[in-house]
Design a protein around this ligand. Structure first.
Ligand code: CA
Length: 261
């Protein structure tokens, strides 16, 4: 039986109230959805996130394999390192990337992948589940039982990530395979969202019945209104029930948007 992919996506990003530049970026295509959160001085974070999104967004042209995603992350890593080598003032730049992609094998599955502390969540009914574990010092301390999740939220090292695109040796992406499930909502975000808004509030925004693009916009606005101390980016992906025989993907956002330069 042909698996039906009916997907509607929406996305939003905002520089926030404190930062001068938006170094976040996103991509919302037909099969691949991404958030990247760049870091580095002299606007280099924006370069790192843009380069990474450029490489990974090419995966949207056909159903991907997990191997294809790993190779693309490796190419993005090389692209960021090569740019930094050619432009010494950008040396040390890097970016997170978190994504959701339809895979060719097994059929009817998504692969969830990430490097860094951008996250992917799923909402089924009113239940919000974080599908990624941050590559960050505080997440490791929480995992080891040294600090509680509550202590992590205000810990001085809360912004220190342990893996990034743009480092050597190249980062290992975590990947999780999940079956498609109509009615489920997936959300990708930068830490500018989760640093401002508690999970309960995120769940409430995502559970309210509104289209993906409005949900993304509302979440970003809530984080900015709460303080907006960092750039904020959200991509919302709905797996809609559908009876089409061919894959149908509706995307209600520009395919690609990267922060201000
Ligand atoms: Ca950030």
């Amino acid at each position: 039986m042909t698996r039906v992919w009916r997907v509607e996506a929406g996305a939003a990003t905002d520089v926030g109230q404190v930062r001068r530049l938006n170094e976040d970026g996103f991509f919302a295509g037909r099969r691949v959805f991404l958030v990247a959160d760049g870091m580095g001085g002299h606007a280099a974070g924006d370069v790192a996130s843009s380069l990474t999104l450029d490489v990974l967004s090419a995966l949207d042209d056909e159903l991907v394999t997990r191997e294809g995603i790993r190779n693309a992350i490796s190419r993005a890593n090389e692209a960021v390192l090569a740019y930094a080598a050619a432009h010494p003032d950008t040396r040390g730049m890097g970016t997170t990337v978190a994504g959701v992609a339809m895979v060719a094998d097994p059929p009817g599955h998504w692969v969830i992948f990430h490097v860094g502390d951008s996250r992917v969540y799923s909402l089924e009914g009113s239940e919000l589940t974080q599908l990624t574990i941050d590559h960050s010092e505080v997440a490791e301390l929480v995992g080891a039982g040294v600090i509680t999740p509550e202590e992590a939220a205000t810990h001085p090292a809360r912004n220190v990530i342990t893996r990034a695109v743009g480092e050597w040796p190249p980062p290992d992406a975590d990947m999780v395979l999940i079956p498609s499930r109509p009615g489920r909502r997936l959300m990708i975000c930068s830490d500018g969202l989760t640093g401002e808004i508690e999970d309960e509030e995120i769940a409430a925004f995502l559970a309210s019945p509104r289209p993906a693009d409005e949900a993304a916009t509302a979440l970003v606005r809530a984080a900015v209104d709460h303080g907006g101390r960092d750039n904020v980016t959200v991509v919302v992906i709905d797996e809609a029930p559908g009876a089409d025989e061919q894959p149908v993907v509706h995307t209600t956002v520009p395919r690609h948007q990267s922060g201000g330069r």
